[in-house]
Design a protein. Structure first.
Length: 154
């Protein structure tokens, strides 16, 4: 048996929220990606974005791209979104989803009712940093103490 030396009075409660993020623009990186198969038997690209600045830093946003779907309309929308992502990242012909990881881009989020009846976020746009449409609400972000963004390599 292992001694864990744990005392709950020494631990602060951490507030976690799974509420949708407000509508707006967010600087993110693609943190994870996968190519799973849906229950219907269609492969798709699953992306996990992580917010990298502002009050929602480290919050995760999930996006599924049905680029292999048999319905041409569904496939076309997904391929258009993947193209927007690769253009925003400056990687025009990726061969692996990992090539898209850890490069900042801006996404546009909207709150929308999901299929399960709960409110959630939908990604409605992908932009190169600095190319966010002017009409979109902007998120104010505090600058890091060392003066550089967390994704900038020293």
């Amino acid at each position: 048996m292992a001694d864990i030396g744990f005392n709950t009075s020494d631990v602060e409660d951490v507030q976690t929220s799974f509420e949708p993020l407000p509508n707006g623009s967010y600087t993110v990186i693609i943190k994870e990606s996968d190519r799973p198969t849906s229950q219907a038997g269609h492969e798709y690209i699953k992306l996990v974005f992580a917010v990298v600045d502002g009050p929602h830093t480290n919050r995760l946003i999930f996006d599924n791209l049905s680029v292999y779907h048999p319905d041409p309309k569904v496939k076309g929308i997904a391929q258009s979104n993947l193209k927007a992502i690769t253009e925003a990242l400056g990687i025009l012909n990726p061969t692996k989803t990992e090539q898209l990881h850890n490069i900042p881009l801006t996404i546009e989020l909207r709150v929308k009712q999901q299929g399960n009846g709960q409110m959630g976020n939908n990604v409605v746009g992908y932009h190169r940093i600095g190319d966010t449409p002017a009409a979109a609400p902007q998120q104010s972000a505090p600058q890091p103490a060392n003066g550089s963004a967390p994704w900038v390599k020293s």
